[in-house]
Design a protein around this ligand. Structure first.
Ligand code: 13P
Ligand code: SF4
Length: 305
């Protein structure tokens, strides 16, 4: 089958079975093209909470599929490639958070959405990179324990200096690997380019950027911007999508290291197999996990919507 034939078959099957395909913006172009909705983690969860389809198929990583399941527990939710996890989401467990909470009992525990459903059960509210500052800013309690990404947490803390934000040492191994030397080298090569980075990058890289924001934020800033060139400090696919969307501008990846292997696992054959029930993984979470984790997600949507 050619790519076009496979895409046509995917569109036919998903329509026939009323399956909504959700794709994170780090997915490859051929997957973005067959999705009902493409967005950052926050937009995906809000869209999923409102969609009326019979079932969902998630092209992205496991915590995103879990979030959709938490929001629609009665509907089948499939992760297109069962091996697609996010290493950051697995970094901390409930025992660690229980121990830290015992040390800081009066702190509100804010979990980046890049966490397992299990971990969300012991947290108070979720945030995404696009909603973190707004949501933490709205919390009544000024004492915040922010997990697991210390880079995102540091960026939030700098935007909200009146909050006392405690961080744990977790983060995205892909974004955190990029350094200031690489950014300076790209700036030297492209001196007129605006620098747009994701807050999962290290604080020195973030401080040197012209704009800091989520995947969608970076895409909006780049498409609306008047500059002709951009250095993009997030997963490589974003520079590629932007180059496709804005052929008259130039987009440079901040570093070739910005490739998330997990986000790249999902292929069109995976999508077709998952739609046909011969591939992917149906997300199953027990009733307690669903209920406890949902508090965090509902609080996020209520505060960020
Ligand atoms: P967004 O919140 O920007 O979608 O980012 C998700 C992610 O995994 C970033 O690495
Ligand atoms: Fe996880 Fe980082 Fe990949 Fe995003 S880019 S899915 S945070 S490993």
């Amino acid at each position: 089958m050619t790519i076009a034939q496979m895409q046509a078959e995917i569109l036919r099957v998903k329509k026939e079975r009323d399956i909504c395909i959700l794709a994170h913006s780090y997915q490859a172009r051929e997957i973005v093209e067959i999705a009902d909705f493409v967005g950052d983690s926050y937009a995906l969860s809000v869209y999923a909470s409102r969609a009326t389809n019979a079932a969902f198929l998630l092209c992205g990583v496991r915590f995103m599929a879990e979030t959709v399941k938490i929001l629609s527990p009665e509907k089948p939710v499939t992760l297109a490639n069962a091996a697609a996890g996010c290493p950051m989401a697995e970094q901390m467990d409930t025992a660690l958070i229980a121990a830290v909470k015992a040390q800081y009992p009066d702190y509100t525990v804010v979990a980046y959405i890049n966490t397992t459903a299990q971990l969300k059960t012991v947290c108070d509210v979720c945030v995404t990179s696009s909603s973190a500052v707004e949501i933490v800013g709205k919390l009544e309690n000024d004492k915040i324990l922010f997990i697991p990404d210390c880079n995102l947490g540091d960026w939030v803390a700098k935007q909200l200096p009146h909050k006392q934000i405690k961080l744990l040492q977790g983060g995205c191994p892909i974004h955190a690997a990029v350094n200031l030397r690489e950014l300076d080298a790209q700036k030297a090569l492209h001196p007129n380019a605006a620098v747009l980075v994701h807050p999962e990058c290290t604080p020195d890289v973030v401080a040197a950027a012209d704009y800091v924001g989520s995947t969608s934020g970076i895409m909006q800033r780049a498409t609306a911007g008047t500059e002709r060139e951009y250095i993009i400090g997030t997963e490589l696919s974003i520079a590629e999508h932007l180059q496709y969307m804005c052929p008259n501008k130039r987009f440079w990846a901040l570093s070739k290291k910005l490739l998330c292997p997990n986000m790249k696992l999902t292929t069109l054959p995976d999508v077709l197999a998952a739609l046909n029930g011969t591939g992917g993984e149906a997300i199953a979470l027990d009733a307690d996990t669903l209920t406890q984790a949902r508090r965090c997600i509902d609080a996020m949507i209520a505060l960020g919507g």
